[in-house]
Ligand binder design. Structure first.
Ligand code: CA
Length: 460
């Protein structure tokens, strides 16, 4: 509870209350976060203990920090399906900070998780999940504002109309780190950006498995400018613009972007850019994107579809993109290619990976790490049959110094080393192992003893 003890005695009467920043604890000083905010004064820090708080909070224009003691996974503000969870609607500045919460189960017309109007709050280290807006901004609605977001994860939020995770209008934003996972909407599965007033800057943001039933599985940009650096767009899907959709001056500069495994039923597996938009993709990778994924011949541009717009590709890496089943990379206007189209590096080449009877395309390391059966660089799921995970062919598998004829999957399961289906145990001599050979040179001698002594003591 706020106490006036400080103002008695040593502190002179010249000091005003605002010259102190006080720490207020929830629930020890106030049972609810909103009660603490209502009592707080400029500069105060509200520290919230771990727990689930069923309430909606409003910063009331105050220059305060609301932070959790134990981080977002342990400190939850639950909207309970009634209204907006957090509001910034009274001219808050970037000195109004929300740090370290999960904001969940908001339900509203707009901005069910966080609603920001004519304000500039700073939000970091939060998880916004399972919020639902009837219209726009499933997790966050931002209008006539300037927001700073740092390390925010948006997961499983839904908007009926636009921007499953974030809807930004007449606003600028700085978004650093974090990710947008499995959000969905009609347009802009994760983000919808409309009507510029300033830049939308994104750095190191991952857009993964977001979906739009119409346009822009990851992001939809209209009459705005987005600068995206080191962002990843993978596994997003839409009707047009699997990851990205630009419309009416939807301008962007995307540097070191990775566009992998995005899917459009129609146009632009990775991106659809149209109607006087100017978009530059600088040193971006486009790998395994698919357009016209339903192969109904309505669609185009495995990588890009361009209409009345200027699209520049500078030194792009392009591989394994498909229009239905053919490699037809671009449709509509031709992109401007600066430099050359590079192959994706071979070690990162995806291939078909069988897990049970299911198939995914991914890089070999991820496939083996996940216990899948690898079908080789450049293989595609359409060209292999996954037979329930046992793998149809066997090969030599060394489990320590024993060779067994096994499938790759069962070999990996046994933590063995698989030598390939063309190699048999008859032709394979597994390297001998012995426990005392500490440095692995095949001889047990004083070197092993010294290696052992060098690490003598408690295990780290
Ligand atoms: Ca189609």
């Amino acid at each position: 509870m706020r106490t006036n003890t400080f103002f008695i005695g040593a502190v002179t009467l010249v000091c005003t209350a605002t010259s102190f920043s006080e720490t207020i604890n929830v629930p020890n000083d106030f049972p609810s976060i909103q009660d603490a905010i209502s009592a707080a004064e400029s500069g105060d820090v509200i520290q919230v203990e771990a727990g689930t708080y069923s309430e909606s909070i409003d910063f009331l224009g105050k220059t305060i920090t609301v932070t959790s003691v134990s981080g977002s996974s342990n400190t939850i503000i639950d909207g309970g399906g009634t209204g907006v969870v957090v509001s910034f609607i009274t001219g808050e500045t970037n000195k109004s900070l929300l740090d370290g919460f999960t904001l969940q189960f908001g339900s509203a017309l707009r901005g069910a998780g966080v609603y920001i109007s004519e304000a500039s709050p700073y939000i970091k280290n939060c998880l916004l999940k399972s919020n639902q807006a009837t219209l726009s901004g499933g997790a966050m609605y931002v209008i006539a504002s300037n927001v700073k977001l740092e390390n925010i994860v948006f997961e499983g939020n839904v908007a009926g109309d636009a921007g499953g995770a974030i809807y930004l209008r007449d606003s600028s934003a700085t978004i650093s780190g974090g990710s947008m996972l499995s959000n969905s909407s009609t347009n802009g599965g994760a983000m919808y950006v409309k009507d510029r007033t300033g830049l939308v800057l994104m750095d190191g943001v991952t857009f993964r498995q977001n979906s739009a039933t119409v346009n822009g599985g990851g992001i939809y940009v209209k009459n705005s400018e987005v600068i995206a650096t080191d962002c990843i767009f993978d596994l997003n899907s839409a009707n047009d613009g699997g990851a990205w959709f630009s419309y009416y001056g939807g301008d962007a500069t995307i540097t070191n972007g990775v566009f992998n495994d995005n899917i459009a039923l129609g146009l632009g597996g990775a991106a659809n850019v149209r109607s006087n938009s100017t978009v530059s993709f600088l040193q971006c990778t486009f790998e395994s994107n698919v357009a016209d994924s339903d192969c109904d011949t309505i669609g185009g541009g495995a990588v890009l579809n361009i209409v009345n717009s200027i699209v520049t590709l500078e030194d792009p890496s392009v591989c394994y993109n498909l229009l239905c089943d053919s490699e037809d990379l671009f449709s509509g206007d031709a992109p401007i290619i600066v430099g050359e189209i590079l192959d994706c590096s071979s070690s990162d080449d995806p291939g078909a990976c069988c897990g049970g009877s299911a198939c995914w395309e991914m890089v070999e390391a991820d496939c083996i790490d996940g216990g899948g059966a690898w079908n080789g660089n450049g293989s595609v799921c359409g060209g292999v049959t996954c037979d329930g995970g046992t793998g149809s062919e066997t090969g030599a598998c060394c489990v320590e110094d024993n060779c067994v004829q096994a499938t790759e999957l069962s070999c990996v399961d046994a933590e063995g080393v698989f030598y390939g289906t063309t190699v048999t145990c008859v032709a394979t001599e597994c390297p001998a192992t012995c426990d005392a050979d500490v440095n692995g040179d095949g001889i047990v001698n004083v070197s092993d003893l010294l290696a052992l002594i060098s690490v003598w003591g408690m295990c780290p």
